[in-house]
Design a protein around this ligand. Structure first.
Ligand code: ZN
Ligand code: MN
Length: 487
């Protein structure tokens, strides 16, 4: 039987405000000594009163607007009651009945097709403390307790593990463009849970869903969802029933494992938080935030295509990271003054520059080659001072901090465009490679590439390859070319 998977994603994103959601403690806890960013409010002492962090609300509104949500003029905080050692008050302050952001959407691209994922809601809440297990003991660090958390929930519009992964990548990019979260999954600043069900492909009823937790990398999201879909299909194929349970992803075993069955499903006994007033936002406030939003990835990609004429696939790669897009635009500005076109700049960034940065583990913001430096190099390639292959070597050497011109000069790399010199080399190669010449005359086209290659070698890569090809053809007696450009 054919099955269809249906997936909804919940993301918890930590907002990178200076202070916590309801107190003045620093929200920056990573790497801090345990239990040093704490006070009576975030430790849950009786009688301590919470105060709403304005900046956190501003950040949440930014995210809501970027996700095309309606922003509620009136929302409210509730108490979500459950008992766990990392929750000092015995409840989490969260928005339940009246969330801040509702009914949004985000577009993703999967296998060349654009797809819209609806956002059900995005609401404000506070993070829990962190538990560490040490032998028989459990240790709790309250530094994270009360850090602002935004929960973003999709509609069940996702139908494959790859779509889920693309959605999360897009969401991370948006959060980073807005500057409201590091959205770093490995550090827990963006945490993901997936609700997964499968049903017969021809049925419009959804199957029983399971919830998969502990997904802390894009890779585990993809693997866990694929695993869970296959697990559920196997149960249905065997005539069984999927149970509504919470699963955890075990990265080492590469499988989902049961965490909680339905019998233990929580009843959170939500009720309005009596210590906080409802959150009322004026239209003016919301519109001011909207007006201050940065250009978002989709809009930026469309603009890069329309203003610079680069390929849409390249634009999609460049805008995946705001720093990369910024580098590209700076390089294009410098390049245009040097008659280098934007597509060439894009090719070199997405290709050679990315490869060299990855190899060395350097972020583009710290690239030793500046956008202007790259434009200088490309201008030398464009003018024909050096060929593209030599250009790649020069780019690698530019990581030491020298300019393209200095390297070309010092190493005597300038391309040989002198027809007389190249003719002499071609003549020599023809004389030394009678076999290849004979093969070429006999109709073997690849022999020509070999001969051109020999000239390139004799010139230590400096010959202008187009010119060598022309001269070689001329010297081989103008044998008509097959018309296929094999250079
Ligand atoms: Zn505090
Ligand atoms: Mn939550």
């Amino acid at each position: 039987m054919e099955y269809r998977a249906t997936i909804g994603i919940e993301v918890h994103a930590e907002l990178n405000t200076a202070s916590k959601m309801f107190c003045g403690c620093s929200a920056e806890f990573f790497g801090r000594p345990p239990n040093t960013n704490v006070c009576p409010v975030c430790m849950g002492y009786p009688g301590a009163l919470p105060v709403i962090n304005r900046r956190a609300i501003e950040y949440a509104v930014k995210v809501g607007l970027a996700l095309n949500c309606e922003i509620a003029a009136f929302s409210r905080f509730d108490r979500k009651n459950y008992t766990y050692p990392d929750l000092p008050k015995g409840y989490q302050i969260s928005q339940y009945g009246l969330p801040l952001c509702v009914n949004g959407w985000v577009d993703i691209d999967v296998e060349g097709r654009r797809k819209r994922i609806r956002i059900n809601r995005a609401h404000m809440e506070e993070d829990t403390a962190k538990t560490f297990h040490a032998g028989q003991a459990s240790l709790i660090d309250y530094n994270r307790s009360g850090v602002p958390l935004l929960e973003i929930v999709t509609e069940p519009d996702i139908h494959s593990a790859e779509e889920a992964r693309q959605y999360l990548i897009k969401l991370r990019t948006i959060l980073r463009y807005l500057g409201v979260s590091t959205a770093d999954m490995e550090k827990g600043a963006m945490r993901c849970e997936a609700n997964v069900s499968v049903s017969p492909a021809d049925s419009d009823r959804l199957g029983v869903k399971t919830e998969v937790k502990n997904l802390n990398s894009f890779r585990s999201v993809k693997q866990a969802i694929e695993y869970e879909i296959a697990r559920q299909i196997a149960i249905l194929e065997a005539g069984g029933r999927v149970e509504q349970v919470t699963m955890g992803w075990n990265e080492h075993q590469g499988r989902t494992v049961l965490q909680r069955s339905k019998e233990f499903a929580e009843d959170y006994r939500y009720f309005p938080e009596p210590d906080l007033p409802p959150l009322e936002l004026s239209r003016e406030y919301i519109e001011t935030i909207r007006a201050g939003l940065p250009e978002l990835p989709d809009a930026k990609a469309a603009r890069l295509v329309s203003s610079y004429g680069i390929k849409p696939q390249d634009a999609a790669v460049l805008v995946g990271d705001g720093q990369v897009a910024g580098y590209f635009e700076a390089a294009v500005r410098a390049a245009q003054a040097r008659q280098v076109d934007a597509q060439m700049v894009s090719n070199w960034i997405v290709g050679e520059l990315f490869r060299l940065l990855n190899e060395r583990g350097i972020e583009i913001a710290a690239s030793p080659v500046s956008p202007e430096g790259l434009a200088d190099l490309l201008a030398e390639v464009q003018k024909g001072t050096i060929n593209a292959n030599t250009g790649k070597d020069v780019l690698a050497e530019m990581f030491d901090g020298r300019s393209a011109a200095a390297i070309i000069q010092a190493r005597g790399l300038a391309q040989i465009n002198d027809a007389e010199t190249l003719s002499r080399l071609a003549k020599q190669v023809i004389a030394e490679n009678a076999d290849a010449v004979e093969q070429y005359m006999g109709g073997k086209e690849s022999a020509l590439s070999f001969l051109i290659g020999q000239v390139m070698r004799a010139s230590r890569g400096k010959a202008n390859p187009q010119l060598v090809r022309e001269l070689m053809l001329r010297q081989l007696g103008n044998k008509p070319d097959s018309g296929v450009d094999r250079s």
